[in-house]
Design a protein around this ligand. Sequence first.
Ligand SMILES: [Zn+2]
Length: 362
Amino acid sequence: MIGKILRRLIFIVIIALFIAIVSLLVSTQITGTNQFEVIRTAVEHVINPKTEGTAKEVKPIEVEYTDNSLLTLQNSATFTLKTKTELKPSENTKYEFFLSQKPNQDNPFYWYVVKVNNIGVGDFNQKIRLEDVNTAAGDINISGSRQAFNLPFGLSEIGDWENFSYTADGDSLLALVDKQNKLPLDYAPKNLVDVNKDLLLYTNSSEPILITTEAGDALRLMAKDAQTQLSKNLVIASGYRSYNDQYKTYASWVRQLGQEEADKVSARPGFSEHQLGTVVDFVDEETGFDLTNDFENGALGRWLIDNAYKYGYVQSYPTNKETETGYLHEAWHWRYVGIENAKQHKESGLTLNQWLNQKRSS
Ligand SMILES: [Zn+2]
């Protein structure tokens, strides 16, 4: 009789434990906080209540980041954060830290890209806890909003390429942006000028086309010399594109071609060189102002292949280099890297992304 009651009791205890564990797991999923960790800390505190009193003195952490509110179209948002010391990885699943570059002679900072996850449509505020590998700590607050955006049928989110790294310093002329290297959402170049209004160059877009002042000055000189030598005008069809503009551009390609084909001709958001503000797409009258590889069979296209490097411009997606660059040939797409870099790149015989990779690791 007693044995029967005992067995029942054990059975009830097992069921109760099972229910407790399942609810903790569910709650961990929903809230994003590890409930087991919360319990462990609480138990630890009861066993050893002095832990807090004996904690090391915590210094405030030194950080730099731009506190502009993030506007995102997807369920995550990324921004650049610079710290004087190395950060511990985030223990919170709501945000992650990705180290982009370590300090060197020219830069005293660790550059991180912080990714805020699980953002719902509407406004958001996220407190981010920073702790470094020494004893500094602190919180920063990030706010922003997510706009509703309808993706093409069958796509719930635009995913990243596998095994990519973040490029935090988009201001560098040597910033590497390809299918393995991604700019954060908040990266936007400073000092942008209007190619048509400020530089007085020909464009064929109803929207203003923007480019950085440095790349723009070189572009103006190049277009002027091409005009003098050939009596033909380079026409600019596209320039700077923000992360969110690229998101929309890529989505519209997927809508037209499906994702597999779209990936050959359009970059996913963050993976586009156009976000750097140092890139232009050219068209000309001879080829009906279309983005076409026929462009390089005409006088202007041939002239660029022979001369663009003298002005600091490089072709990012040359012919027959799809495996290396990840994209089909684009005769119209040119990027400014500075005259010295463009010369070195030309001598190397490598694709731009290969050369930048080599340059970074040397
Ligand atoms: Zn382009």
